[in-house]
Design a protein around this ligand. Sequence first.
Ligand code: CDP
Ligand code: MG
Length: 170
Amino acid sequence: MGNPQEKEVSRMIERTLVLVKPDGVQRGLIGSIISRFEQRGLKVVGMKMVWIDERFSKKHYAAHVGKKMYPMLEKFITSAPVVAMAVEGIHAVELVRKIVGSTEPKSAPIGTIRGDYAHVCYEYADLKQISVKNLVHASGNKEEADQEVGLWFSETELYEYESAHDRHVL
Ligand code: CDP
Ligand code: MG
């Protein structure tokens, strides 16, 4: 593990947090959403269903607390359980965001999770005074990913194991 090349390689392998939000769970899309990451060759290294409370929401969405939209976001994310996953792969943070698509489902490209399974727009959500239901949360950058994986998973809930991807994808 000591040589510089191996260090460079291990820096490329990232872990990021994915949540199937309450709308994804309630619509029965857990399996379809997880498949999107599996089919791209990403490895699920931790997974659980959690029904978070207001306190935990404020930790997870710390960057958004205080914004006008936050109360609606908190109501949404605490309205039913979520499925939390730690996902691992080469440059996983950026790749997962690409698979998920942009925040507003209306503008999310076809082929992304938000672009294929939702269509709501900001204007509609604002008028209805609700959060944008966009099925998935994914960490926005490497720092956010490290912090969020640490918030949702303890060390003992994260696994290192060999998968077919190690041999045939990587
Ligand atoms: O989830 P993502 O990182 O793409 O977006 P964000 O800017 O971090 O916002 C977090 C979540 O707040 C979004 O996924 C939406 O569910 C919600 N949101 C909203 O309801 N209305 C907005 N104008 C912006 C975000
Ligand atoms: Mg975000």
